[in-house]
Design a protein around this ligand. Sequence first.
Ligand code: CA2
Length: 148
Amino acid sequence: MKTALILNGPNLNLLGTREPTVYGTHTLDDVKALCDAACASHGFALDFRQSNHEGELVEWLHEAGRLQAAGQLAGVILNAGAYTHTSVALHDAIKGTGVTLIELHISNVHAREPFRHHSFISPAAKAVMAGFGVQGYALAVAGLAGLK
Ligand code: CA2
């Protein structure tokens, strides 16, 4: 059984505590439970993580590249949070590892402030998903299964 690695970036640990009109009322634990169910139905093991630190996310992408090369990982679903709009380091890590990666956003970033319209992740991603709320995580797991 291959693993789906789901990575969450800065401040996503605050999900469900503020800004419910933008991000909904579900917590990150709720999202993990939703991903558990989606992975079970698509035959993936789930590895679900969150970090507020850019370097830690970079290290996890390197680990993902090694695991995918070893045939143990189906790919990564990444909600890089605000690092989406700032991080050349995450872009380089995705490109440098060649890992299969789906970029995910809970909100429709293109309908929000202009500074959220640019993504350093998108040019390195296999696919991009935004605006489906937390249900987007389950849709992205289904998408990853379709790439098999
Ligand atoms: O829509 C998304 O998933 C985002 O990646 C979320 C990021 C934001 O910077 C991106 O532009 C779009 C923010 C994550 C922080 O989430 C919070 C949730 C509740 C309360 C405070 C922050």
